[in-house]
Design a protein around this ligand. Sequence first.
Ligand code: PAF
Length: 277
Amino acid sequence: MDVITTVSELRKRLSYEKSVALVPTMGNLHAGHIQLIKEVKPRTACLVTSIFVNRLQFGPSEDFNRYPRTLESDCQYLLDAGCDVVFAPNEQEIYPTVQEYTVDPSELQHILEGAFRPGHFRGVATVVLKLFNMVQPQIAIFGKKDYQQYLVLKDMVAQLALPIEIVSAETVRANDGLALSSRNGYLTASEREEAIQLYQQLSTIKNAILSGNRDYAHLEKMATVFLNSRGWQTDYIAIRAQDHLREATAKDTRLVVLGASKLGKTRLIDNLEIELS
Ligand code: PAF
């Protein structure tokens, strides 16, 4: 496995590969990332994992500075998972000048996560487009844990006609159901126990909908009140159509329930897809 930090070295290394797949990450890898690698590895000659904590997608009061940077253990993890190339650029390599040209995603960037993290998806789309230009993969994979991010990037690739197949991977969960996330590492022991309540509330909503309940506003409110009564600060619990996260109507059969809530200082997000027959 090669660990490469510059674009020129990367281009040289990839020039003789028949096909390239990219797993973009911000590092601090866990089993969810390894799942992404396992899914695309059989489909490519060369698998590249990028590790870059992208300042552009963090708000001024967010956790950019304390986001865990664990390159050495990440590389060990990636070696074991069969990664071929780690691209771990520094900030100067990705943003040698002030980034004045940015990608402004569709309306999708302003709802749900976008409403609470203004500019977040512009930052994500901009760095992912740059990574695509640097790595030039034929396939890139994103986890459904960041459901809205996956949709924004799929749209970006379609609307800008990028010759890249975007693949999604299911969320990987701990035994108790908590979605794996680098931010789980911020939780104290007691918060970690409490953290499964977000998943449990989403599961309760999913089961209610599968049992025929269509009062989405009431279901969203019940879950929000429940979490907040336990000390969470909930940004949203939302039942949406999978298609562009439109407001769901009783006619929609492909739904997703998404939630974002703060437990102590840690903001957690999760979602569950719901397929009605
Ligand atoms: O999902 C992430 O880890 C990041 O948002 C991504 C896609 C690597 C862009 O910085």
